[in-house]
Ligand binder design. Structure first.
Ligand SMILES: *Cc1c(COP(=O)(O)O)cnc(C)c1O
Length: 378
């Protein structure tokens, strides 16, 4: 089944569900047993629930994995992932990751004895120079948030494999519709399902997908033991979102390309970071590993004054955190998503007081651009 079809039809076996075209919501915490030592296959919903299991099968298929786990948020997935490691283990991380991931690693995981090096994973030699005996994994986000750096998944995976390390990719920004890290050699994919997979800014969710049966089993044990599982209703909402993933991603990308080109030519815009622009430094790597560029743009304006005008002036676009939904959202990484990073690091990464991040929605591009034009004060 090709990916567009898979998004729509999921893993549906309507014979098991009385012909229901939309997979039913099994809103039950527990399941009765037919007799001693017998089970319907479901015992208690923390361990597994039919609706969640169905969603997990869809995600595993979309990412070409053997198993997927659906969590109550992306951060719940990242926290469970860290339980694969033991005190003393060292992990190399993309320096420009999502603020919450960085906060988790720096404040919670270090307390459990894990060691992290944050570096530019677009630079393979730099990554290689950080590998030691204790290094157990490379954690990459590509493209990164908010600076849109791209890392070469195949080359990093090969390097990791040669050193008996795992490659973990946060695939939230591009989704399996545009990028399939497991097929490029990665071992584990992480998602915030809250973003494009759900797609409607209405549900929190997270995923881990792996192509290794052994890792899948370990993660399943951690999952059922720690318990941050996705509820049946939220599982159903995310699956409903996935049904239109292909259409939405195409439209997000088309709008983002238009908005990025428009921003590039605006007198108050100094820099535009969008991986679909030929001027992007990683454009070649992107085209070699993805089938599209997604809907996320960051851009730097001429002054803090302009930032204030934009954030206060947008009407159609909401000034809000998050991304990947049908509605366009704009945020200010300096004070929102990345506020917990030390100031020095924010600035060295390019997250300054003039940087804005735009999640381009699926509205009419003309309306998005008109709103930006008015807010920027044309
Ligand atoms: C939002 C996000 C997360 C965290 O996911 P939540 O669902 O908000 O917990 C992780 N990584 C990336 C890239 C994100 O955008």
């Amino acid at each position: 089944m090709r990916k567009e079809t898979r998004c729509v039809h999921g893993a549906n076996d309507s014979k098991e569900t009385n012909g229901a075209v939309s997979f039913p919501i099994y809103q039950s915490a527990t399941f009765s047993h037919p007799g001693l030592g017998e089970s319907t296959g479901y015992d208690y919903s923390r361990l597994q629930n039919p609706t969640r299991e169905h969603l997990e099968k869809v995600m595993a298929a979309l990412e070409n994995g053997v198993g997927a786990l659906a969590f109550s948020s992306g951060m719940a997935a990242a926290s469970a992932l860290m339980e694969l490691f033991v005190p003393g283990d060292h992990i190399i991380v993309s320096s420009d990751t999502y603020g919450g991931t960085s906060r988790l690693f720096r404040n919670i995981s270090v307390k459990n004895g894990l060691k992290f090096d944050f570096t530019d994973t677009s630079d393979i030699e730099l990554v290689e120079s950080l590998i030691s005996e204790d290094t157990k994994a490379i954690f990459i986000e590509t493209p990164t948030n908010p600076m849109m750096h791209v890392s070469d998944i195949s080359r990093l995976s090969a390097l990791a494999k040669a050193n008996s390390m795992l490659t973990i990719v946060d695939n939230t920004f591009l989704t399996p519709y545009f990028q399939q890290p497991l097929s490029l050699g990665a071992d584990i994919v992480l998602h915030s399902g809250t973003k494009y997979l759900g797609g409607h800014n209405d549900t929190l969710a997270g995923f881990l997908v792996t192509k290794s049966p052994e890792i899948s089993e370990k993660l399943r044990f951690i999952y059922k033991t720690t318990g941050a599982c996705l509820s049946p209703f939220d599982s159903w909402l995310i699956e409903r979102g996935i049904k239109t993933l292909a259409l939405r991603m195409e439209k997000h990308q088309k709008n983002a390309m238009g908005a990025a080109r428009w921003l590039e030519n605006h007198s108050k815009v100094r820099k535009v970071f969008y991986i679909g622009l030929e001027s992007h430094p990683d454009y070649k790597v992107s085209t070699s590993q993805t089938s599209g560029f997604g809907g996320m743009i960051s851009f730097e304006v001429d002054s803090e004054e302009t930032v204030k005008k934009v954030l206060g002036g947008v009407r159609l676009i909401s000034y809000a955190e998050s991304l990947g939904g049908v509605e366009s959202l704009i945020t200010y990484p300096m004070l929102q998503t990345h506020a917990d990073l030390p100031m020095e690091e924010r600035l060295s990464r390019g997250i300054n007081e003039k940087l804005l991040r735009l999640s381009v929605g699926i509205e009419d591009l003309e309306d998005i651009v008109e709103d930006l034009a008015e807010a920027l004060g044309d």
